[in-house]
Ligand binder design. Structure first.
Ligand SMILES: Cc1ncc(COP(=O)(O)O)c(C=O)c1O
Length: 347
C-alpha cells in the first residue's frame, strides 16, 4: 500500500508532509556544519527552544526517541531504576533502549489515563537497601499518548515534582506532544518544562516536520548531552535544513494545533452517537475508542474495512482499541469523510 493513495490518514500525526512554506524555509535556511557547532539555524533553534521550554539550554536532535534516550542515560547509572507509566513510549516503543543507552530498568505504574501522582511515585521508589536498585528518574509523558492524549493536570504534576525534589530523583518530560498539551491547557510549554530536569519536544508529530526534536536541559548538562548525541550518531552536518523547518513549524503550525483538537472532539461526538462502542472524550488530537466485545468486528477488522471501503486509515492499538489521530494534513473535509466512513460501518 502507498500511503499517498489514502484519502484521510488518521493513523498518526507523524503522517504530515512538509508544506510548501516549510520547504521554502528549509531551502532558504542559513547553513553550517552542525557537528562543529557552526550551523546558525540550529543555534537559533536551540535558543528559541530553550525559551519555549523554559530551560537554560536546549539541544537539537534528529528524533524524540534519541532525546528521551540521551536524557535518561544522563540521569541513570547502570542498574538504576526509572519510573514511568505502563503505556509510556520509553517502555513500549524504544526497543528496550533504556537497557542499552542507560543500562537501567523501568518500573511501570498502572494508573488511569496515563496520569499518576506523587503518592504513586512514593510507593514505587525503592528503599535504600543493598538488594534494590536506586530510583534515579521519573518520566512524565505529556500528553500521554496511550492514556488517550491526556494533559497532565497541575495537581498530579506538582505532586510528582515534589516527590522527585524531596527524594533527589530527576524528572524527565517526554513532551513529544507538549505543544498539544500547552494548547489544550492554554499555557506555554514552559509551564511544565521550566520545572523539569529535562524535557523533550518532538517536531515530527503535530508540528508537522519530517523529523527533528529538541531536549531542554540545564546548561550544566548540555556538554554531556551533546557528547552522548555524538556517540549515538545523532550529530548532523548541515542540520539547519531541518532546524529551519522546525523554526517555521513553531511560528506557522503550532497555532493550528487547536484545529486538530476541535476535529478530534467532533469525531468523538459523532462516535458517541453510534451503538456498540465506548470512548472517553478526547482532550487533544487523539481519539481512542473500543468496539464492544462480542460485536461483529474487532479493532483490526474495523480498521481494515474503513481503509478498504472508505480510504480512511485509523490504527488498532496493542490493547485492542482504535486510535484516530488528527494533524495538519486532515482538514474539515477529511473529518467529514472519516465520520461518514465510520457511520457506514457501525451506524
Ligand atoms: C509520546 C512519544 N514519545 C516519543 C516518541 C518518539 O518519536 P520518534 O519515533 O519520532 O522518535 C513518540 C512517537 O510516536 C511518542 O508518541
Amino acid at each position: 500500500m502507498d500511503a499517498n493513495d489514502i484519502a484521510v490518514d488518521l493513523v498518526s500525526d507523524t503522517a504530515t508532509r512538509p508544506s510548501p512554506g516549510m520547504l521554502q524555509a528549509m531551502t532558504s535556511a542559513r547553513l553550517g556544519d552542525e557537528q562543529k557547532g557552526e550551523d546558525p539555524t540550529v543555534r537559533a533553534l536551540e535558543e528559541r527552544a530553550a525559551d519555549l521550554l523554559g530551560t537554560e539550554s536546549a539541544l537539537f536532535v534528529p528524533s524524540a526517541t534519541m532525546a528521551n534516550q540521551i536524557a535518561l542515560s544522563l540521569h541513570a547509572k547502570p542498574g538504576d531504576e526509572i519510573i514511568c507509566h505502563r503505556t509510556a513510549h520509553v517502555y513500549n516503543y524504544e526497543t528496550g533502549g533504556t537497557a542499552i543507552t542507560a543500562a537501567a530498568q523501568l518500573h511501570v505504574l498502572d494508573t488511569p489515563r496515563g496520569i499518576f501522582t506523587g503518592e504513586d511515585v512514593t510507593r514505587a521508589v525503592r528503599a535504600d537497601y543493598p538488594h534494590l536498585s536506586d530510583t534515579c528518574a521519573v518520566v512524565v509523558e505529556n500528553t500521554s499518548n496511550g492514556g488517550g492524549g491526556t494533559v497532565w493536570p497541575d495537581a498530579a504534576f506538582d505532586s510528582v515534582l515534589e516527590v522527585c525534589r524531596t527524594r533527589d530523583i530527576a524528572l524527565h518530560i517526554d513532551g513529544a506532544r507538549l505543544c498539544n498539551a500547552a494548547a489544550a491547557a492554554q499555557v506555554e510549554p514552559s509551564h511544565w518544562g521550566a520545572r523539569a530536569d529535562t524535557v523533550q519536544l518532538c517536531f515530527s508529530k503535530g508540528l508537522g516536520c519530517p523529523f527533528g526534536a529538541v531536549l531542554g536541559l540545564p546548561q550544566g548538562m548540555w556538554r554531556a548531552a551533546r557528547r552522548r548525541k555524538q556517540s549515538l550518531g545523532g550529530a548532523l552536518r548541515q542540520g539547519g535544513v531541518i532546524a529551519g523547518a522546525m523554526l517555521y513549524a513553531l511560528e506557522h503550525n503550532r497555532p493550528k494545533l487547536v484545529d486538530d483538537h476541535r476535529r478530534a472532539a467532533a469525531l468523538a461526538e459523532a462516535l458517541a452517537e453510534l451503538p456498540g462502542l465506548s470512548l472517553a472524550p478526547p482532550e487533544t488530537n487523539l481519539v481512542f475508542f473500543r468496539l464492544s466485545a462480542g460485536g461483529e468486528l474487532d479493532a483490526g477488522a474495523f480498521c481494515r474495512r474503513l481503509l478498504d471501503e472508505h480510504s480512511v486509515r485509523m490504527a488498532p492499538t496493542i490493547d485492542g482499541r482504535v486510535r484516530a489521530c488528527f494533524h495538519l494534513d486532515v482538514d474539515d473535509q477529511g473529518l467529514a469523510r472519516a465520520i461518514a466512513g465510520v457511520r457506514a460501518i457501525l451506524g
